[in-house]
Ligand binder design. Structure first.
Ligand code: ATP
Length: 306
């Protein structure tokens, strides 16, 4: 379990992490989300003992990172993979880490195989592509077979097969009972993988919730109705107090009325229904809604051609 209590980090006059409380539970993949500069990396660095909190605590299974007896065997992390010396090979780097942390050297070839880098084991890390560096970072994280894993943007630079593979890997770790915290800006990936979310904005907690609840509570549930009687349907629904968005000549998105009630209304009013289904809102939509007021770096709405 990873726990933050009153976690705060101030750099000069910048409050990067502001009184954060959250818990990341075992057996779940927890997505760690926030706009650029929200404080995700800083939080992860404090969990890993790479930055000292200005106030509060960040612990793994109740202890600060510095107090862990076998850190690599207790917590694995993929943060910035540029920390390895570019002239060293992946295999040598991992062997040094294994020896210095009391991990059997045989584990090195095992993890290289697991991340698909066996062929590149003797190449210099400096020559690795972005995707290979991500795989190498994963190998470092998995070296001590730790029960707690932190990944900062692990999908960056991976090809389609790589993204699919990491998604299955994360799911597998959680199903084995490990604690998995993963930051990402790829909302569709997070929606498909994360059971829970910790969402932050400008260093503060925005939500700590199940993914499905976060979406439902932020955007609400809508029902998609397909009907050739769109106009009459809109009138009947509006008269019954529902909110209706017509998104095509024969498609309506309805909020404020449940699916079965819409079906009953259609039957009573003799309106034809071709389709009736709950519409799952996207995490992207919910995230944009929830963090709207905490976005620091915003692009212009459109290019100025003048
Ligand atoms: N060493 C540092 N010195 C000064 N300011 C820092 C330092 N590290 C981070 N910050 C600032 O703290 C804030 C949070 O940065 P952080 O990298 O944690 O955000 P993030 O959520 O990981 O962002 P992104 O999604 O863009 O990677 C930013 O304003 C950043 O400029």
């Amino acid at each position: 379990m990873i726990e933050a209590v009153g976690l705060t980090k101030v750099f000069g006059r910048k409050v990067a992490v502001d009184d954060l409380d959250f818990v990341v539970r075992p057996g779940t993949v927890t997505g760690f989300l926030g706009p650029n500069g929200a404080g995700k990396s800083t939080t992860m660095r404090m969990v890993l003992g790479l930055d000292r909190p200005t106030a509060g605590t960040a612990t793994v299974n109740g202890r600060a990172y510095a107090e862990l007896h076998h850190p690599l065997r207790e917590v694995g992390a993929v943060l910035d993979t540029r920390i390895a010396h570019p002239r060293t090979t992946a295999r040598d780097h991992l062997r040094v880490l294994a020896v210095s942390h009391g991990i059997p050297v045989a584990r090195v070839d095992e993890v290289l195989d697991l991340v698909g880098l066996t062929e590149a084991a003797r190449e210099r890390i400096g020559k690795f592509s972005l995707g290979m560096r991500q795989r190498f970072g994963l190998a470092v994280a998995l070296l001590g077979d730790p029960p707690t894993l932190l990944f900062d943007e692990p999908l960056n630079g991976l090809d389609v097969a790589g993204v699919h593979w990491v998604r299955k890997l994360l799911r597998g770790f959680a199903d084995e009972g490990r604690t998995v915290l993963v930051s990402s800006h790829l909302m569709a990936e997070v929606q498909g993988t994360a059971d829970r979310l910790v969402v932050i904005g400008r260093g503060r907690l925005v939500a700590d919730a199940r993914t499905a609840d976060f979406i439902a509570d932020t955007v609400g549930v809508r029902v998609r109705v397909e009907t050739p009687d769109a106009r009459a349907f809109v009138d009947a629904l509006t008269a019954a107090g529902a909110d209706v968005d017509q998104v095509g000549t024969s498609v309506l998105l309805v909020s404020g009325m449940e699916r079965h009630a819409i079906g009953d209304l259609a039957a009573r009013a003799s309106l034809v229904v071709h389709g009736l289904a709950d519409e799952v809102a996207s995490l992207e939509e919910a995230f944009l809604d929830a963090t709207e007021s905490s976005v620091e770096f915003r692009g212009k709405p459109e290019w100025n051609h003048a």
